[in-house]
Ligand binder design. Structure first.
Ligand SMILES: NC(=O)c1ccc[n+]([C@@H]2O[C@H](COP(=O)([O-])OP(=O)(O)OC[C@H]3O[C@@H](n4cnc5c(N)ncnc54)[C@H](OP(=O)(O)O)[C@@H]3O)[C@@H](O)[C@H]2O)c1
Length: 274
C-alpha cells in the first residue's frame, strides 16, 4: 500500500538505537528522505547508508544542547529541504533502580535533559522549520512510554519525563496548525520493546514473567511493532485526521504487578480473617 511518504523528509532522533534504527529502515522502504541522528556511535547507521546514500543523511547531535539541535536542523534543511515529519525518539533510561528518597538530583536532571528538554528543543526547531518553509502538511510524533501512563516505581525520573510529553503534545497540536494548516502532533507510548535499552530486563526470566503477567498478548514488542504505529501516524493518507492522540503499543498492558504471591501471604490471611 502506498502510504504517501515518498520523498517526504523525515527527521528521526535516536536513530542509532533499537527503535530508531528500525524507523530508518521503515521510512527508507517508503522512499522517504531520512535525516537520522546518533549521539555516540553511528556504526549501526553506516550499515544502512551504503545502500541508500541518496535518501539518508546521518548527523551527530546531543539533544540536550540547543546549539547542536539548531545546527542539526540547519544542516538537514540544507540537505533535503523542509522537514515534513519528525519522530522525537532519542531517550535514556537508568538501569539502576533508585527509590525517590535515594535518587540524586543529578540523575533526575540528566533524565529530564534528554527525555524532556531534548524533545522540547527538537520540537521547537521542527516547528520553526515549518514556519520558515511554506507547506500545509506536517506530522510530529513524540515517543513516550507506558511508564508515563502507569508510573514506574524506582524510575520516577523516567516515568515523569515521559508523562510530561502528553502536556507538550496537547499544547503544540494547537500551535502547529498556525504554521502548517494540516499539521498534526501525536504521542506513541511503546511498552516493553526488545532493544539495547531493555535487553537486560527482558532477558531475565523472573522480570520477564512479572512483565507478561499484565499483558494479554503474552509477549513484549519488537521494534517493528513500534515502527508500524509511527508510520501510521506519519502518513497523512492513513491518519490525516488524527492529532492530539496517544497510541499505546504495549500488547494491551494493564499496568504493573506490585507484589509476588509470597509478599502477600500474611496480608491475604489477615484480610480473609476480618
Ligand atoms: N525499549 C523499550 O522497552 C522502550 C519502552 C518504552 C519507551 N521507549 C522509548 O523509545 C525510545 C527509543 O528507545 P530504544 O529502546 O530504541 O533505546 P536505545 O536503543 O537505547 O536508543 C536510544 C537512542 O537515543 C539516543 N540518545 C541517547 N541520549 C541522547 C542524547 N543526549 N542526544 C541524542 N541522542 C541520544 C541514542 O544515541 P547513541 O546510542 O548514539 O548514544 C540512541 O540512538 C526512547 O525514547 C525510549 O525511552 C523504549
Amino acid at each position: 500500500m502506498d502510504l504517501g511518504l515518498k520523498d517526504k523528509h523525515v527527521l528521526i532522533t535516536g536513530a542509532s538505537g533499537g527503535i530508531g534504527l528500525e524507523l530508518v529502515r521503515a521510512f527508507l522502504i517508503e522512499d522517504a528522505k531520512v535525516t537520522a541522528t546518533y549521539n555516540h556511535s553511528r556504526d549501526a547507521l553506516d550499515g544502512i547508508q551504503e545502500n541508500s546514500q541518496k535518501q539518508l543523511a546521518v548527523v551527530k547531535v546531543d539533544v540536550r544542547e540547543e546549539s547542536e539541535v539548531k545546527s542539526l536542523f540547519e544542516q538537514s534543511q540544507n540537505t533535503f529541504g523542509r522537514i515534513d515529519i519528525m519522530v522525537a525518539n532519542a531517550g535514556i533510561a537508568n538501569h539502576a533502580p533508585a527509590p525517590i528518597h535515594e535518587m540524586s538530583l543529578k540523575q533526575w536532571q540528566r533524565t529530564m535533559a534528554v527525555n524532556l528538554t531534548g524533545v522540547f528543543l527538537c520540537s521547537k526547531y521542527f516547528v520553526e522549520n515549518l514556519a520558515n518553509h511554506h507547506g500545509n502538511h506536517a506530522s510530529l510524533i513524540l515517543i513516550g512510554s507506558t511508564a508515563g501512563l502507569f508510573g514506574e516505581a524506582w524510575f520516577a525520573d523516567y516515568a515523569t519525563s515521559k508523562a510530561a510529553l502528553h502536556g507538550l503534545m496537547m499544547s503544540i497540536k494547537n500551535e502547529i496548525v498556525h504554521v502548517a494548516k494540516k499539521g498534526r502532533v501525536n504521542l506513541v507510548n511503546p511498552g516493553w520493546t526488545l532493544t539495547p535499552m531493555s535487553k537486560e530486563v527482558l532477558t531475565d526470566s523472573e522480570k520477564a514473567t512479572r512483565i507478561l503477567q499484565t499483558i494479554p498478548l503474552r509477549k513484549t514488542a519488537v521494534p517493528e511493532d513500534i515502527a508500524g504505529a509511527i508510520l501510521y501516524l506519519a502518513s497523512d493518507k492513513l491518519s490525516g485526521h488524527i492529532s492530539g492522540q496517544t497510541l499505546t503499543v504495549a500488547g494491551g498492558m494493564e499496568g504493573r504487578v506490585l507484589y509476588s504471591r509470597e509478599d502477600l501471604e500474611s496480608d491475604v490471611d489477615e484480610m480473609i480473617q476480618r
